[in-house]
Design a protein around this ligand. Structure first.
Ligand code: FES
Length: 109
């Protein structure tokens, strides 16, 4: 059996889509519309021809709930929140350029 080589990604974006019951003291990213970020990032990658180079996927709680919706970009270990759909293009541009989006960085991360 031959194993196909795995393509190396330039960046991997994990988006918290954790859901908690209504009224939970920590809230959750799902109630803050984080699902829209998953589809938004994928659409932006496709629009820029980056599919296969970068990947966005759902993640469980990143333990930065107070800053949600939160995301983390690897391998650069950049944590952002609260991220809105309007921020997606700027974040994708930062992945390409290598310059973090300072205004969205989660303090201490
Ligand atoms: S619920 Fe999203 S970081 Fe905790």
């Amino acid at each position: 059996m031959t194993v196909k080589p795995v393509r190396k990604l330039k960046a991997h974006i994990f988006i918290c889509t954790n859901e908690r019951p209504p009224g939970h003291p920590r809230g959750c990213c799902k109630e803050k519309n984080s699902e829209a970020l998953v589809s938004g990032f994928k659409e932006e990658f496709a629009r820029r021809g980056l599919a296969g180079e970068v990947r966005a996927q759902r993640a469980g709680c990143l333990d930065t709930c107070e800053y949600g919706p939160s995301i983390v970009v690897y391998p650069d270990n950049l944590w952002y929140g609260p991220v809105q759909p309007a921020d997606i293009a700027e974040i994708v541009e930062s992945v390409i350029s290598g310059a973090p989006v300072e205004r969205l960085r989660i303090p201490g991360k």
